[in-house]
Design a binder for this molecule. Structure first.
Ligand code: UDP
Ligand code: MG
Length: 318
C-alpha cells in the first residue's frame, strides 16, 4: 500500500458534541478538499457518553483521511490534543474546537501564515461570542499569562491555531501532565504571529468548562509556566512582617504616651491585625499546596491518557 504523508493535520478534541460533529466534518472536508493538499483529520473522542463516537464513525465512511482516537474516559481537552499531536504527521498541524465556534473556513488563512515562516500562528477572536463572564475571565487570564510568559499575545484561549511540525514535536517531548498548549507552544517558538479569526456562538450543546474547571485550568497555566507567584508570596510575606513590626512599635509608643487604659481598647485592632496575618498565611499555604500537588502528580509520571481504540478508515493501515 502506498504511504502518503499528509501535509496538513487537523486535530479536534471532542467531548459530547453529537449535535455539532456532522456539520463540522462536512464543512471541514469541503475546506480541506478545496485547499488541494494532502491532509488528515484526527478526532479524539475524549470519553463522550452520548452518540459522538457513532456519529464520528459514520462520518469516517465518507471522509477518506480521518482517524478517530477513542479514550477510555474523559481526560480533558489538552490531553486529547496531545494524543492528536502524537498521532499526527503533517508538516503543519491545526487545532480547533468541535463546537463550530471556530469556523473551519479560517484554516487556509492559518496555513498561509504558517507557510510565510511563522512557527506558531495564534489567533484573536473578533466579536467573541461567549458570555460576558467568560470574556471577563479570559481578559484577566490573558493579561496574567502575557506577564508570566513574557509573550504578549492578545488571546491565549482560542484553540484555532496552527503549529509547524518542529513545535509539535517539542510539545510531544514535554511530558508534564498539567499544561496549557497555546502557552507551551509559544514558549518554544522562534516566531509567533497572531491573526484575527471569526468566532461564532456554540452551535449545539453546552460549554464543557464550569467555573471550577476554569479555575483548575488557570492554576495549570500559572504553576506550569512560572514560579513568579512563589516570589510574589515571599515579597508579600516580607511586606506583611515589616508592617507587623511597624505596627508593634506604634502600639508600644501609643501605650507609653496614652497609658494602659488605651491599650485595652486596642484589643480589636489587634484582632484585625491577627486576622490579616492568619489570612495571609493561609493564602500562602494554599498556593504552596497548589505547587506541591502538581509536583506530586508530575513525579508519579502516570500516562496522560489511555487510548481505548484507534479507528482508521482502512484498518489494515494500522
Ligand atoms: N473538550 C474535550 N474534553 C473536555 C472538555 C472539552 O475534548 O473535557 C472539547 C470540546 O468538545 C470542544 C473543545 O474541547 O471541542 C472546547 O470546549 P468548549 O467549547 O466546551 O469550551 P469553551 O468554548 O466554552 O471554552
Ligand atoms: Mg466552545
Amino acid at each position: 500500500m502506498e504511504i502518503r504523508t499528509p501535509y496538513l493535520s487537523v486535530v479536534i478534541p471532542v467531548f459530547n458534541e453529537e449535535l455539532n460533529i456532522r456539520e463540522l466534518s462536512e464543512r471541514l472536508n469541503r475546506v480541506l478538499t478545496d485547499m488541494g493538499c494532502l491532509y488528515e483529520i484526527i478526532f479524539i473522542d475524549d470519553g463522550s457518553s452520548d452518540s459522538t463516537l457513532e456519529i464520528l464513525k459514520h462520518c469516517q465512511t465518507e471522509i477518506p483521511d480521518m482517524t478517530i482516537i477513542e479514550f477510555n474516559r474523559n481526560y480533558g481537552q489538552h490531553a486529547a490534543i496531545f494524543a492528536g499531536f502524537e498521532k499526527s504527521s503533517g508538516e503543519i498541524v491545526v487545532t480547533l474546537d468541535a463546537d463550530l465556534q471556530n469556523p473551519p473556513e479560517e484554516i487556509p488563512k492559518l496555513v498561509n501564515k504558517a507557510e510565510e515562516g511563522f512557527e506558531v500562528v495564534a489567533t484573536v477572536r473578533i466579536n467573541r461570542k461567549d458570555s460576558i463572564f467568560r470574556r471577563c475571565a479570559s481578559y484577566v487570564i490573558n493579561k496574567i499569562t502575557a506577564k508570566i510568559t513574557g509573550v504578549n499575545l492578545k488571546d491565549y484561549g482560542c484553540m484555532l491555531r496552527a503549529y509547524r511540525r518542529n513545535i509539535v514535536q517539542l510539545m510531544c517531548e514535554s511530558k508534564e501532565i498539567s499544561t496549557f498548549i497555546p502557552v507551551l507552544a509559544t514558549s518554544y517558538a522562534k516566531n509567533t504571529t497572531e491573526i484575527e479569526v471569526k468566532h461564532n456562538p456554540r452551535r449545539g450543546g453546552e460549554t464543557k468548562y464550569s467555573l471550577t474547571r476554569l479555575i483548575s485550568l488557570q492554576f495549570d497555566l500559572m504553576t506550569s509556566f512560572s514560579i513568579w507567584p512563589l516570589r510574589m508570596l515571599m515579597l508579600l510575606g516580607l511586606v506583611v512582617s515589616l508592617a507587623g513590626i511597624g505596627f508593634g512599635i506604634f502600639l508600644l509608643v501609643i501605650r507609653v504616651i496614652m497609658g494602659s487604659e488605651w491599650a485595652a481598647e486596642g484589643v480589636f485592632t489587634l484582632f484585625a491585625v491577627l486576622f490579616f496575618f492568619v489570612g495571609g498565611q493561609f493564602l500562602a499555604f494554599g498556593l504552596l499546596g497548589e505547587y506541591i500537588g502538581r509536583i506530586y502528580s508530575e513525579v508519579r509520571r502516570r500516562p496522560r491518557f489511555v487510548i481505548e481504540n484507534v479507528h482508521t478508515r482502512d484498518e489494515k493501515k494500522e
